[in-house]
Ligand binder design. Structure first.
Ligand code: ADP
Ligand code: NI
Length: 226
């Protein structure tokens, strides 16, 4: 991709996502971009430019950012129209973006190209690890929700309705979503990275639970994820 085109995309994203504090800021986009590039190095059948564009634009139309829940990709489409790109590639990028996201996965939508699979893995990895713990903390701070409440145990199974509506504690969010992510990886490098990040979240909770002197029930729950 021409540097000029990449800069055009980034300028537009700065306007859209530059001030976000819901966990979809440009810092998230850059981390996903770097991780996706790293995964793509190993997976030679993926087209690099397509991976980069899907990574850059994957949250441009997220409902937490736009307030739109109709699934339309107006921002991504508008931005793609500002750069030099073939119709085929534009279609592939938009199609890829439309298959990425945790709630989509819960409702049965899975990326079906190597490029979208790579970005999906990178996006989910960024919700895990120490970065994921901090994002969950940031998200809950924004809504004044507690980080941990010993009296509220996590749910066993989360459906899409619950995921989109309910605000749990950050610790419960780690159990309800983040510690399940490693099983949703679609590529080999993604799986390897997700396992490392999973272990980091478990270590974090292990130390945190010791400091909080939590009940046996919480410690047993954590043991299931080791
Ligand atoms: P993604 O962009 O990875 O698909 P989301 O849009 O679901 O993620 O959420 C953005 C960030 O906020 C993620 O790091 C996610 O884990 C976190 N988050 C979402 N819902 C909650 C919640 N109920 N409690 C704490 N953190 C949350
Ligand atoms: Ni994302």
């Amino acid at each position: 991709m021409k540097t000029e085109d990449r800069n055009t995309v980034i300028d537009q994203l700065l306007i859209l996502q530059g001030a976000d504090n819901s966990g979809h800021g440009l810092d998230h986009v850059y981390r996903v971009l770097r991780l996706a590039r790293e995964f793509a190095e190993e997976l030679k059948d993926a087209d690099r430019d397509t991976v980069e564009l899907i990574a850059l634009l994957h949250d441009a139309d997220d409902y937490k950012l736009t307030g739109r829940k109709d699934g339309s990709l107006e921002n991504a489409e508008r931005i793609l129209n500002l750069i030099t790109i073939t119709d085929g590639q534009k279609k592939k990028v938009l199609q890829g973006i439309s298959t990425i996201g945790y709630s989509k996965r819960l409702s049965g939508i899975t990326p079906d190209t190597p490029e979208a699979a790579i970005v999906s893995d990178a996006d989910m990895c960024d919700a895990s690890g120490i970065t994921g713990v901090l994002r969950a903390y940031q998200y809950n701070m924004k809504f004044n929700a507690p980080f941990f409440d010993e009296d509220v145990m996590p749910m066993d199974e989360i459906d899409v309705g619950f995921y989109k509506s309910d605000l749990t504690t950050a610790v419960n969010h780690l159990f309800e979503k983040i510690l399940r992510l490693k099983d949703l990886m679609l590529t080999e490098p993604g799986r390897r990275e997700a396992v490392r990040r999973h272990e980091a979240v478990v270590s974090f909770l292990d130390a945190y639970f010791r400091e909080q002197q939590v009940t046996e029930e919480w410690r047993k729950l954590l043991d299931k994820y080791r």
